[in-house]
Structures are given as C-alpha cells and as structure tokens.
Design a protein around this ligand. Structure first.
Ligand code: NDP
Length: 400
C-alpha cells in the first residue's frame, strides 16, 4: 500500500513500529528516523527477520526543518508519523508542508520554555495544509486519540447530544520502583505538576494541581484514587462534540507516586527553569529524567492492567442516557507481544492505526484535524483487530 516515516524511536514509537511490521499489507515500507540512530538500527535488526515490511533507518534532528525536508525528499513517504516529543511538532509540520506529505502525531505542540500545551499553534496551520492538499491528523494516541474516537462513536451511534464527558485514565500497573514514570518523565511530570482544569459552559475552570480527587472502581483493576488534570483533548472535544456542558479528565495516581512528586517539587527538581551547575546550564527536570528509570526498562517488571475510557451523559430520543466506553489492557500481555508495557502499547497501537487511516485513504480531507473530526467506525474496528478491544457499559457508575 505505501511507506511511512516514523520520527522518534522511544517507548511509543517502538510499539507503533512493531504494529506496522505486523501490518505489512498497509505498511510496505517504514523508515525509522530518530536522534539516536543506534536505537533505530537495533529495532530494525530485531524486526526485519519477522516481517515483509521493508525497514530503513536514518539519523535526524527533528528540530531542524531543512534536515527533515531532505530526509522526506529522499525517502518519499506517504505519511510522516511523529512519535518524537511535542516540541518537534511544528518543525515536522513545516517539513510536511514543504514536501506535501501527510502528518500524524500523538501529542500537541508545547513550547520548551512554557510547559503549557494547547492546540492554537497547530490549528494555525489549517489553511496552509488545506492549500497544500494534505492532512494533519492531531492526537492519534490513546488520550488524546482513542478518547476522541470514542467520543465521535458515541455521538454517531448512541446520542443525539452529549452534555457531559468524564475521561478516566487508570493505570493499575505496578513496576516495583518507589518512583518512576510510565512514559517520558519530562512530559509526564510537566503534565501532573501543572494546574488542573476542565471546561464548563464553554469556559476553562482552573484548579490547583491535584486539588480534585475522586475514588472510582475500575473494571479489571479495582478501586483507585484519581485526580482531575488538565488534558489537551478537552480543548478540541469541547468544540467538536455537540451539546457539551462539561468535560473533565481524571488520572489515577498511587500515594507513593504523589509523595515522591511533592518532595521533588518542594526541592526544585521538577522546575523547567535552567540553573547554573558547576559552570554549566542545566534544567532540573531534564536532570531528574536522567536519574530516573528509563520508561522502556519498566516493561518486564510491570504487572497489572490499565483501564482508559470515557463516560458520556446526554440525550437520546428525548431521554437521558449514560454510556461508558473503555479499553482494558494488560501490561504483561503487551510485554509478551511487543516488549513494552501497556502505557506505550495503548499509545503506539492507535498511532499505527491513525497512520493507516491516512495511508489507505479511509480518512481523507485536506487541512488540520483532531481525531474526533473523522468518521470513527473503521478506527473502532481496527482497535478490536490490532490489540485494543473496547467494551461498553450502558449503566456505568458516574463520577460526582
Ligand atoms: P520517548 O522519550 O521514549 O521517545 C522520544 C523519542 O524521540 C526518542 O527516541 C528521542 O530520541 C526522539 N527525539 C527526541 N527529540 C528528538 C529530536 N530533536 N530529533 C529526533 N528525534 C528526537 O517518549 P515516548 O515514546 O514516551 O513519547 C513519544 C510521544 O508520545 C510524546 O510526544 C508523548 O507526549 C506522546 N504520548 C502520547 C500519549 C497519548 O496517549 N496520546 C501517551 C504517551 C505519550 P533519543 O532516543 O535520542 O532520546
């Protein structure tokens, strides 16, 4: 069918690459291009004997638009799948524009120095992508990603209007370390140490970090504490889903994680302000990342399950209706299949599916779009086929 260039070769990329290789009919060729080429080569060596997908590798600095353009021109992919970090979104989008190549990512742009993620930078590319006749699919991970597909599916099949959405992200996994993050520590800590927020009646309501706590009994996991966080898909879903009055995002955290984080925060280790140390400028949060366990190393040690989904409340045929769509994923099963824990798995699988939707022409419209703006049906089918089956509950326990 075609060729895909994957930028980045970290936790999420590794899963997406495994999945592309399982799906050789669509992904005839992939190029793994990242900052550290040895990681790309190691993955190629492991996977090439197992797949018909032809794997190539390259070194690239994705902060450099000219380097990206040269690489895209030499490989000529149908789509670029950005699985580097949110800081590279705009340079990669610029390179896609210059080469008229479709673009897919899993996280919205965030400037390195402000720790504030929002869609305005990427939405500003709408006209340019329309004029170039190419698609940018934003946020094709799990959250954002599957949560948007679930919302589009609920809107299409279950509701006339959706008034409330609560996105619940539960990780019941245990890696045995007192403190470690399940994906890129810098991104993860920036996310959870920021103020919380949700959207009510079209306006953002801000909370202190971790101010709003609820307890929820998750199927497959059990009872967990969860906290309201700011999350990027709230911004796009509030605009794209008809009738929304309130939308919130909750993520589970154990007490040990929070106590460690508080302590690290109190001593200044989570700061993104550069400081001078022995004549060299360092960013405390980046230094912390260097001393924490590599998320990729957590795979073999993590046991338990994740449960991520959306509870919808709205109206169907004039009556009130509640509906919960979720996926349960087992850390050890993921590790057996692709050598990664469930957090990378639940992001890498939808990343591959998003690229597939664009490559096959199933999703085809020029411009910059969030995932819920496309027809969800074939993506939902693909989730069942490629390892993230979903379940539904028509009488869920609600979050107050
Ligand atoms: P990792 O840190 O494990 O991987 C990032 C990769 O990008 C690394 O291989 C890194 O190279 C590479 N990279 C970083 N900077 C550059 C650069 N300038 N040029 C080229 N390559 C670069 O992160 P994850 O795999 O955990 O996360 C990947 C993305 O997925 C992030 O954007 C994250 O926010 C997003 N995500 C989305 C989720 C969702 O559900 N939507 C959930 C989890 C993550 P090197 O190997 O040299 O470090």
């Amino acid at each position: 069918m075609g060729k895909c260039m994957i930028i980045g070769c970290g936790g999420v990329a590794s899963v997406a690459i495994h999945k592309c290789c399982q799906n050789s009919e669509v992904f005839e060729g992939i190029m793994i291009a990242s900052r550290t080429k040895s990681k790309c080569d190691a993955l190629k060596e492991k996977l090439q004997p197992t797949t018909k997908t032809v794997i190539e590798t390259a070194q690239v600095n994705a902060d450099n638009v000219d380097e990206l353009i040269a690489l895209i021109n030499s490989y000529k992919p149908d789509v670029v799948l950005n699985l580097a970090l949110p800081y590279q979104d705009l340079t990669i989008m610029d390179a896609c524009l210059a080469t008229k190549t479709h673009y897919v990512d899993t996280a919205n742009y965030e400037p390195l120095d402000t720790a504030k993620f929002e869609y305005k930078w990427q939405w500003a590319y709408r006209e340019k992508f329309e004029q170039a006749g190419i698609t940018a699919l934003l946020g094709s991970g799990f959250d954002p990603g599957v949560t948007g597909v679930f919302s589009a599916y609920a809107m299409k099949h279950e509701f006339d209007e959706i008034n409330y959405i609560d996105i619940l992200d539960c990780n019941g996994g245990d890696h045995g370390y007192p403190f470690a993050t399940n994906f890129n520590p810098e991104i993860n800590i920036r996310e959870v140490s920021a103020k919380g927020s949700y959207i009510e009646d079209g306006k953002w309501v801000e909370t202190e970090p971790m101010e709003i706590k609820r307890v929820y009994n998750f199927k497959g996991v059990g009872e967990k504490d969860m906290y309201l966080l700011h999350h990027e898909e709230l911004e796009s879903l509030a605009l794209n889903i008809k009738g929304i009055k309130r939308i919130r995002f909750f993520m589970t955290f154990g007490q040990s994680y929070l106590t460690h984080l508080k302590c690290l925060e109190n001593v200044g280790m989570t700061s993104i302000e550069p400081i001078m140390y022995e004549g060299k400028e360092i960013v405390p949060l980046q230094f912390l990342k260097a001393v924490l366990p590599d998320p990729a190393s957590l795979g073999p040690r993590t046991v338990g399950k994740t449960n991520i989904g959306c509870i919808f409340r709205g109206k169907k045929d004039g009556k009130d209706k509640n509906y919960y769509l979720y996926n349960i994923c087992d850390h050890q099963e993921c590790y057996k299949e692709v050598g990664s824990q469930a957090i990378s798995y639940t992001t890498g699988v939808p990343a591959m599916i998003g690229a597939m939707m664009i490559m096959t022409g199933t999703w085809k419209k020029a411009g910059v779009y969030n995932i819920e703006e496309f027809d969800p049906d074939q993506f939902m089918e693909a989730l069942n086929k490629w390892g993230l089956p979903w379940e539904e509950d028509f009488d869920p326990t609600l979050v107050d």
